[in-house]
Design a protein around this ligand. Structure first.
Ligand SMILES: Nc1ncnc2c1ncn2[C@@H]1O[C@H](COP(=O)(O)OP(=O)(O)OP(=O)(O)O)[C@@H](O)[C@H]1O
Ligand SMILES: [Mg+2]
Length: 441
């Protein structure tokens, strides 16, 4: 008799569907992992051996078809099932072509779900798995983080101390330093890793919806609340709720968060009923919350509740000894993705990467390598690097460029870093927006 519980990954942007699926699957004795987006699903796939993928098709940002395409390439033996609310739109043909074994139309019964799952597993057994599971199950601690600097080891050391308890953690660091990765590492390397990890970017939710999204709401609580809905707190029950850009949480949300942390209970918007929650909160910020406390946009009492454990992720320029390992990792990742093989890098090119200060931190380094891999024809060389990096050696080696040219490239770089946000760029450059506009003209 096989006592092993199969791991099933559920991907749907609708939390209610996720919970319904999870309930059904639990009663059938499967282990479940939940992801509210494809991005989230990819993180779980990277760290966990998944026996079956069940995914929605229509999702914001990256859709289910792309997830199927990706998993067909990278996890060809993993059976895939599709649940769709719009069978005619998504097209049966597309779904079958995408490599999914079967599809279920919402709403479905528990029996229909059960049959599809059994069909999927039967299909897999027929295909006879050649690679032994242990070989594919390379236990990847710390969610793929690499580094060897002292600063990096300090971070790993704290992750180790918090991963198995539910102490609240506040992660501080500049943009692109790896704060989200640290949050995932805490969750997925610890003993609650089988419970959900739910990532919420507070900055991406309009202020007037933050409370409802986080804590849930009752039908009729406000215009547009057409049904009862659970929030992210319930979705994360037993696991980790990652609150990114916590500095952008509204004051109303801050008050409720404080209560959730102190009393471990929440109330839905429009409800009086108190509900117990058992989750670990990991928050992150690249803003100076102490400043925000001074100008009264962040609650001081909440700040101290959040910083039970504080993790400072240092900027890349303060841990340049991590650069070679990071470069190697990104070369492998993008080499396989774009060129179907592992790529090397010329020593001169690596030297340039190690010399640069990386204001956009690891994300900027990663983007540069991604670009270089696309441009290269074999070995990544100086010529494949983005202009702003090549230009660095131009000044040290051969002729100098003009100040104007340098200014232009620099402004463009800052703008790329702020993703085109001119106010932010002006702030970094310490010039007013009008001056920036003039320069852009
Ligand atoms: N130690 C590391 N090893 C490998 N990759 C890393 C490491 N740290 C960060 N990365 C990668 O760098 C990128 C940026 O990391 P992440 O999104 O976690 O940064 P962040 O601090 O949350 O940034 P932001 O403040 O802009 O949201 C990601 O693609 C992540 O996988
Ligand atoms: Mg982030």
């Amino acid at each position: 008799m096989d006592l092993r519980k199969e791991n099933i990954l559920l991907v749907d942007d609708d939390i209610d569907i996720l919970e319904l699926l999870q309930r059904h699957l639990k009663s059938m004795n499967y282990h479940t992992y939940k992801a509210v987006s494809v991005k989230e699903a990819l993180f779980i796939l990277k760290d966990t051996f998944i026996d079956l993928l069940i995914t929605d098709i229509q999702m914001p940002e990256i859709d289910g078809l792309q997830l199927l395409k990706y998993t067909n390439e990278h996890y060809p033996e993993m059976p895939k099932l599709v649940v769709t609310g719009y069978p005619s739109v998504d097209g049966v043909l597309n779904v079958i072509k995408s490599g999914a074994i079967d599809y279920l139309t919402k709403p479905f019964t528990k029996d229909e779900l059960k049959q599809s799952i059994e069909k999927a597993f039967a299909h897999k057994i027929k295909r006879l798995n050649k690679t032994p599971k242990t070989e594919r199950l390379k236990n990847n601690l710390y969610a793929d983080m690499v580094g060897e600097s002292e600063a990096f080891h300090k971070v790993i050391n704290i992750i180790d101390r918090v991963k198995d308890n539910k102490a609240t953690v506040l992660i501080k660091g500049e943009s692109g330093t790896g704060k989200e990765l640290v949050a995932r590492a805490i969750h997925y390397s610890g003993k609650f890793s089988r419970a959900p990890f739910i990532a919420v970017n507070c900055g991406a939710i309009p202020e007037n919806l933050q409370e409802a999204e986080l804590f849930g709401y009752l039908k009729g609580a406000f215009t547009g609340a057409n049904e009862n809905r659970n929030g992210f707190f319930q979705a994360a029950q037993g696991g980790t709720l990652f609150l990114d850009e916590i500095g952008t949480a509204s004051l109303a949300v801050q008050t409720k968060l404080l209560r959730a942390l102190q009393e471990k209970e929440i109330t839905k918007v429009g409800s009086q009923k108190v509900e117990k929650v058992d989750i670990r909160i990991v928050a992150a910020t690249n803003a100076n919350l102490l400043e925000d406390i001074k100008n009264k946009s962040f609650r001081e009492d909440l700040y101290y509740r959040l910083t039970v454990v504080e993790i400072n992720v240092p900027p890349l320029r303060e841990r340049k000894s991590d650069i070679p390992l990071l470069v190697e990792k990104f070369l492998r990742k993008y080499g396989v993705e774009y060129k179907d093989r592992l790529l090397g890098i010329a020593p001169e090119a690596l030297q340039i990467l190690e010399r640069y200060d990386w204001p956009g931190n690891i994300r900027e380094l990663e983007n540069s390598i991604q670009r270089a891999v696309i441009m290269s024809d074999g070995l990544v060389d100086v010529k494949d690097l983005p202009d702003f990096l090549k230009f660095q050696i131009d000044t040290t080696n051969k002729g100098f460029t003009t100040l104007r040219q340098m200014e232009k490239e620099y402004v463009q770089r800052v703008l790329a870093h702020t993703q085109g946000n001119k106010s932010k760029a002006a702030e970094i450059l310490q010039i007013d927006r009008k001056t920036l506009r003039d320069k852009l003209d």
